[in-house]
Design a protein around this ligand. Structure first.
Ligand code: DUC
Ligand code: ZN
Ligand code: ZN
Length: 477
């Protein structure tokens, strides 16, 4: 007879990307061993009758303890970042091992493992950021790292310390094609941003709100179209990250219409914030919401909701980029209120990502429960080669689970677990929050307290991205 179950979740309303059904979930050795009615007793039992259970969230775009140039320092490393992930229902995070210009990729990955080791309380994989695609990086380091489970990388079309020119993007895409990796693209036109920034500065327009004027949708639209063309030239899938509104969406819809494998991600800030959150006057408070691309307006939020519902978007990530507001290493570099050009870009969102989408999307009637699971867990796991171990509720998958509490609450930073001194969603009413988060069968959030432990999170080497249906081995290409 098989060993006894370690845990049984009784009478769960299980939601996957395909179905909703009521059953017991039996866990053994950290994995889902049985799904069925009236399962045998487990060593531990939790009755979740009437409550929805979804796969633990996979946040496939977050920045934790990423080395930065200049005075800025991220407030969250793996310790606080993964703790806040767990308390918000996310059990896998994929932050970025970022190559600095002049640095080898191998060194960046080694350094980043050192930052994570012993600190993570949820499981984690790494994307790479390729900022210096030297011949050695392209011919040796990148192929070797892909083979070792780093199968996705981000390239930037903006930011002086990270950006690649078009030729370099083509080179990196070519490696992705040859070795079966997925390239994520930050699409904004750097020269347009610089040109606009200088004009705004010359006119004395340097308050945080002008950040949005330096990065209008046109600069995102142009770069999105260029990224699509570059990927078409190389004949390789790409994923456009943090899409903010209508103009980039139109480019992606056009690409899809051409049959091109162009995937897209969006984030909570493009559903719940607008450019007005960067300020309607010259107050510095808006520095809290400075991120790139910037949030747009209500009409664009609506376009993003439509894209989530109709399949334009493949993944929904936080783009958690945590900087404290009252901090010389955060939004006030050197303790000063600085021109928008110098404000560190990014907002926190790891812990609030799932509850915002569940509340407004699922319970607000904008997306189905299946779409929620697909966007927040199943597709990110597929896109980055972690499925079916992660991202679903199935026999053999890791027992990463969220049991939802459907109740009215309000987002308050004092209740969150990150190390940031604000949340952009302060005061937002919600209709649900995770009541329990389980990582490989262990409760890491009990609805009131973090119950996980630093060092319990495991590193996950990624397999081949599996969003595209694979051709049969002997079918013609
Ligand atoms: N934009 C990014 O591209 N990354 C982190 C934060 C941000 O605002
Ligand atoms: Zn980006
Ligand atoms: Zn980012």
């Amino acid at each position: 007879m098989a060993d006894a179950l370690d845990l049984v979740l009784r009478n769960a309303r299980v939601a996957t990307a395909a179905d909703t059904f009521v059953c017991d979930i039996g866990v053994r050795g950290g994995r889902i061993a049985l799904l069925g009615e009236s399962l045998p007793a487990g060593t531990r039992e939790i009755d979740v009758a009437g409550r929805t259970v979804t796969p633990g969230g996979v946040d496939a775009h977050c920045h934790l303890d990423q080395p930065m140039e200049g005075p800025a320092k991220m407030a969250d490393g793996f310790l606080t970042g993964t703790r806040s992930a767990a308390c918000g229902g996310t059990t896998t995070v994929i932050p970025f091992a970022a190559q600095m210009k002049g640095q080898s990729l191998e060194a960046a990955v080694l350094d980043y493992h050192g930052r994570a080791e012993g600190k993570a309380s949820v499981d984690y994989a790494f994307h790479l950021i390729v900022s210096d695609p030297t011949p050695t990086v392209l011919a040796k380091e990148l192929p070797a790292l892909i083979a070792r489970g780093y199968t996705s990388f981000k390239v930037y079309m903006t930011y002086d310390d990270l950006k690649l020119d078009d030729g370099q993007v083509l080179d990196v895409l070519d490696v992705a094609r040859t070795h079966g990796a997925l390239a994520m693209i930050h699409a904004e036109n750097a020269d347009c941003i610089e040109w606009l920034t200088k004009r705004l500065e010359a006119a004395g327009r340097t308050a945080p709100r002008w950040h949005a004027h330096a990065r209008p949708m046109l600069v995102e639209r142009e770069a999105t179209h260029r990224a699509i063309a570059l990927s078409e030239l190389v004949d390789v899938p790409i994923l456009i990250v943090h899409v903010s509104g209508r103009e980039a969406i139109e480019q992606i819809r056009w690409a899809r219409g051409q049959g091109l494998p162009v995937f897209a991600e969006t984030c909570p800030q493009y559903l719940f914030l607008t450019a007005e959150d960067l300020g309607i006057d010259d107050s510095y408070q808006g520095a809290r919401c400075v991120c790139s691309p910037p949030p747009r307006d209500k009409a664009n939020q609506q376009r993003i909701w439509e894209g989530l519902a109709d399949g334009l978007f493949t993944v929904f990530s936080s783009d958690h980029a945590p900087f404290r507001f009252e901090d010389p290493q955060g939004k006030k570099p050197g303790g000063e209120e600085v021109p928008f050009r110098h404000i560190p870009n990014g907002i926190p969102g790891l812990e609030t990502r799932l509850a915002l989408l569940y509340s407004e999307g699922v319970l607000g009637g904008r997306i189905t429960l299946q779409k929620f699971v697909e966007l927040t867990a199943t597709n990110p796991a597929k896109a980055y080669g972690l499925h079916p171990r992660k991202g679903t509720i199935a026999v053999g998958s890791d027992a990463d689970l969220v049991v939802w509490d459907e109740r009215e609450l309000t987002v308050r930073n004092e209740r969150l677990h990150h190390a940031v001194d604000y949340t952009p969603y302060e005061g937002t009413p919600l209709k649900a929050w995770p009541g329990l988060t389980l990582l490989r069968g262990e409760v890491v959030w009990d609805g009131q307290h973090f119950t996980g432990a630093a060092g319990r999170g495991r590193f996950l080497p990624c397999g081949t991205p599996s969003l595209l249906p694979r051709a049969c081995p002997d079918s013609p290409r």
